[in-house]
Design a protein around this ligand. Structure first.
Ligand SMILES: Cc1cc2nc3c(=O)[nH]c(=O)nc-3n(C[C@H](O)[C@H](O)[C@H](O)COP(=O)(O)OP(=O)(O)OC[C@H]3O[C@@H](n4cnc5c(N)ncnc54)[C@H](O)[C@@H]3O)c2cc1C
Length: 484
């Protein structure tokens, strides 16, 4: 008889587990939240209550790693997604203007497509797709309250539904309860060790959704950046399904005045109006708001390592590895993680050997992304503090790094297709983010761009237009006072 897998949580990683395991095993997903409402993507966006996944209505981008996985393994799911209004935005679609004319496709470019979709649409469609598999069952409005454990073996979950708690047993227990998982506490109480690394993301997230007006189109992709970092604020435009898009403003935690003010829709829009890459999207003739401003804090990066003695238990997705949302990696990581679990369960039978292999394979697949993200977050937190200091004088090293990013890497990714491919493969979680620049020829090309006079780079369109106003100018526009 095939194994029964009991998954706590039916968010992205839980759905990934159902996709990965549903073909070969019996899978039961238990979630505290209610099932998706009937109806279409608009109904899900308007009405789906998800207190267990409060990030649901924040901007989500789905990177090449996830898009390719769906495209290759679940082509019918991709068909369902596009029928529901989601769009595949290819590498070619996103080329910067200087690279468009001479472009010819190269093997691997197909891995660099983004899926444009609201998170509610993706979850709704994945859920319906998974439900069509006869051996996958969902149990909603069912909160997991604890574990049944015998010695070192996890036997099941204590599940509360309609006021009563029952033990649900299975061969394999999976924690996919996301960023606020209680499993580490329950396991510690039972005598197991769970090690936890935690790093601050240093930002708060503010998102507002918009919809294109009848007859209006998305702005032409003329090279104006739809995402960028002004130091005191990061911005991103997220095209989505069914003429929707959202904008996220990520404000450093230390920017107290700004982060208090940005919650007000009129201030949010005024900030967007001051940033050319956002302003063109929310031009009042083009689009109108489709939501309030959603805020989210407590953004941390977390890496958990579970006791190697644990048998029959695995944590996937945010419950094991949680990342700063700014990098758009969480959903790709969660679904990749679920597929790692499938490979481990297929190839190894001994429970302790399974736990050991799962740990090694997880580390190999996800740790490089975690490490590079934590390093970049540290730099961003430092930069945000410097932005507030009128007397700040950057060191020689800081100036050299800034120049490397702005005068070499930036122009090379706009002017050289090889560099753009190498960079994009890391961005989309396909290649190691610490290694992309080490590809043959990339260093030489980067140095070549660095050495090219700025005037020539500018003439050739290798510099993006200015992202937006300096901090003091923005605060003045918004009539905010800086505390420093
Ligand atoms: C603001 C923000 C923006 C983000 N943007 C992006 C992005 O652009 N791209 C991207 O790839 N990722 C993004 N992420 C990350 C992404 O949302 C997560 O990585 C992803 O949802 C993780 O999936 P998960 O299944 O592990 O957790 P979740 O999707 O959070 O699902 C957890 C599930 O467990 C259920 N649950 C929780 N506790 C219990 C319990 N006790 N009993 C039963 N059920 C329970 C919840 O109801 C929920 O359904 C973002 C995250 C945040 C916070």
């Amino acid at each position: 008889m095939s194994e029964h897998v009991l998954v706590a949580g039916s968010g992205i990683a839980g759905l990934g587990a159902a996709l990965a395991l549903g073909g070969t095993r019996r899978v039961t997903l238990v979630d505290r939240d209610s099932a998706a409402p009937g109806g279409d993507a608009e109904d899900a966006f308007a009405h789906w209550e998800r207190r267990g996944a409060t990030q649901l209505r924040h901007s989500h981008v789905f990177l090449g790693r996830l898009t390719t996985l769906i495209q290759e393994r679940y082509p019918d799911l991709l068909k369902d997604l596009t029928e529901a209004g989601a769009r595949v935005f290819t590498f070619e679609d996103g080329l910067p203007p200087p690279l468009r004319d001479g472009y010819s496709a190269s093997p691997g470019d197909e891995d660099l497509s983004i899926l444009f979709s609201r998170r509610t649409t993706l979850e709704l469609v994945m859920r319906r797709y998974v439900l069509r598999q006869h051996n996958v069952t969902f149990l909603n409005d069912a909160g997991v309250r604890g574990l049944s454990i015998d010695g070192t073996r996890v036997l099941g979950l204590k599940v509360e539904r309609d006021g009563t708690t029952q033990d649900m047993l299975a061969d394999v227990i999976v924690d996919a309860t996301g960023r606020n998982t209680s499993f580490p506490d329950w396991l510690r109480e039972a005598g197991f060790s769970i090690s936890e690394e935690e790093r601050p993301a240093g930002i708060l997230y503010f998102t507002r959704h918009y919809k294109l007006k009848d007859g209006a189109e998305e702005p032409v992709r003329d090279g104006t950046p739809g995402a960028g970092d002004l130091g005191y604020i990061k911005f991103g435009v997220f095209p989505a399904d069914n003429r929707h898009f959202s904008i996220t403003l990520a404000v450093p935690e230390i920017e107290t005045e700004l982060r208090m003010a940005v919650m007000k829709p009129e201030v949010f829009d005024a900030i967007c109006d001051a940033i050319p890459g956002c302003a063109r999207w929310i031009d009042r003739d083009r689009a109108g708001p489709a939501s309030q401003v959603f805020a989210m804090g407590n953004l941390k990066s977390t890496w958990r390592r579970f006791d190697p003695r644990l048998e029959g238990f695995f944590a996937i997705g945010d419950a094991a590895v949680r990342t700063n949302p700014l990098y758009g990696r969480g959903c790709s990581a969660g679904i990749v993680h679920a597929h790692i679990l499938r490979e481990v369960l297929d190839s190894v039978q001994n429970p302790l050997a399974r736990a050991a292999k799962f740990e090694i394979d997880t580390r190999k697949a996800l740790r490089p992304f975690y490490d590079s993200m934590v390093r970049q977050d540290k730099q961003a937190i430092r930069r945000a503090a410097n932005e507030r200091d009128p007397h700040y004088k950057p060191s020689f090293r800081a100036r050299a790094i800034k120049s490397l990013v702005e005068d070499a890497i930036g122009p090379a990714t706009r002017g050289d297709i090889g560099t753009l491919r190498a960079f994009s493969r890391a961005f989309h979680m396909i290649d190691d983010p610490n290694e992309w620049w080490k590809k043959p020829g990339t260093v030489a090309r980067l140095l070549g761009f660095w050495a090219t006079p700025e005037r020539i780079k500018r003439e050739r369109g290798f510099y993006p237009p200015k992202f937006g106003p300096e901090r003091a100018e923005m605060l003045e526009r918004l009539q905010l006072r800086s505390s420093r």
